[in-house]
Design a protein around this ligand. Sequence first.
Ligand code: DGT
Ligand code: CA
Ligand code: CA
Ligand code: ZN
Length: 581
Amino acid sequence: MSRNAEIAALLEEFADHLDARDVDYKPNSYRRAADSVRGHTVAVEALREEGGEEAIKEIEDVGDAIASKIVEYLDTGEIEELEELREGLPVEMDALTAVEGVGPKTVKALYDALGVETLEDLEAAAEAGEIQDVKGFGAKTEENILEAIPFARESRARSLLGEARPVADRVLAFFESLDAVERVDVAGSLRRWRPTIGDIDVLVGSGDADAVIEAFESWEEAGTVIEAGTSKASVRKNDMRVDLRVVVDEEFGAALQYFTGSKDHNVAVRNRAIDMGLKVNEYGVFDVSEVDDPDAGQRVGERVAGETEEGVYDALDMAWMAPELRENRGEVDAAAAGELPDLLTTDDVRGDLHLHTEHSDGETTIEAMADAAADFGHDYISVADHATGPGMVGGVGLTDEELRDQIGEIRAVDDTVDIDVFAGVEANIGADGSVSVGEDVLAELDCVVASPHSGLDGDGTDRIVTAIEHPEVDIVGHPTGRLLNQRPGLDLDIERVADAAADSGTALEINADPHRLDLRSSNVKVAIEAGATIAIDTDAHRPGAYDSIRYGVHTARRGWAEADDVLNTRDADGVREFLGL
Ligand code: DGT
Ligand code: CA
Ligand code: CA
Ligand code: ZN
């Protein structure tokens, strides 16, 4: 069983325990290592087997200490130091810190004062009014905790797309290697690129279901087998449920269409079929116009399609559409009318306008980020380190003077590397919509991203619109500030925001960080319809994060975006024009 996600979770728990005890710096290096291990495409056991501890150290951010803990875990099934930390603070760290506003230090304080160990304990303590009496807490904090518990409970059941997709890629590679498999694809929410995933659905076309299911059950990377039958099986891998269905190859297209969903899309498709005298289900499309009782069985009537998904839609006089569109947002009518959007692809993206360097909280130099972007295939980047201001803690952000110096450095790097490097900033949007950088510095910068980093609840429409209308702001970054499974972010009247963005020529960002995916796709669609421009940025804090652009691109596709709707599909001169340079 591959354990990358499992190990990543342990490293995060380690970091939480260190944080709870007020240890400096170390928690962050554990968190970075956790991210890298989770995103690493090769399984740690495989690395270990090939090159021992040294090979594990080749994972970005994994040094001696962490590599030896990973090896210890692979050998013994535990990390002794973590076990000791857990003994000192025996709480369900993961569940408790899932509550917005509850960090490791809060967990420790509440454990010490009230013996809170679980989410249930936390809820009971808050309901009983015990938390407000703990030193450092108040009635307001207690109320916030109580309000945030249901969201935390719900979100723990769903995985992030960014966690599920790499797992699905491994699952697909496994099935592709089997002789008995004729076709394989993911289905469900994963194929539609939803930001969070309940389970991973996999569909195989094969004449030998037994062989496929047997192989799946004994796959060395699989964890426990949840259930197994003659055409279905479910296993757990990296804390996720993987649902396999095996169908005969002639029915693969119909099954893929059905199990891709969404449910609402399928209902709309089925209704259209009924109007045409057809019946569509997971087995095929059937002409039932001559049949007395179309519900007499699953395969009643004359079979007119089912081998391919294109065939299924074609039988219904619809163009095939990308899975990202299948959310019942008008795609069925658009497909019937031949008016589907020509969705952008990852290859259309030519640069990244929001990323960080070691000048703020990024990991490396301007030059290294530029070189990595060039290797990735980008034509340009804009460095957008944090400015000081609301939401920036621990001295992370740059002052106006430091920004001025940095502009000089960026110009110098721009002269030496192969791509264009714009001088940007990520300013903070204050509660009143103000931007946390001096006007003269803003005017000197090429590209100003302004993002909300504090006060991320309640209605944020006025605040965001004010930032959009600021003449120096080019892009509003992660406009709601949501963190998937962690906090819902600002409420926005998206029509107003979209109109303001279109009028002021300010781009709205889809932040491609898999924890954010903000703007969300339904808002993207509204923004585009209003004529606003979208920017898709990774918010990279390290070179490897440029890869995340695909999550942003697929979010844009879910919002019906074409290449022309997106700022950074333009070439460098096109971007200059947008920025007024
Ligand atoms: P998830 O797993 O919660 O992220 O969401 P999905 O969309 O992957 O849902 P899942 O795994 O329950 O089912 C996969 C697909 O199968 C779903 O998108 C549509 C199809 N499906 C499942 N149950 C039904 C149903 O009762 N009616 C229809 N029309 N389709 C269904
Ligand atoms: Ca699913
Ligand atoms: Ca499923
Ligand atoms: Zn950022």
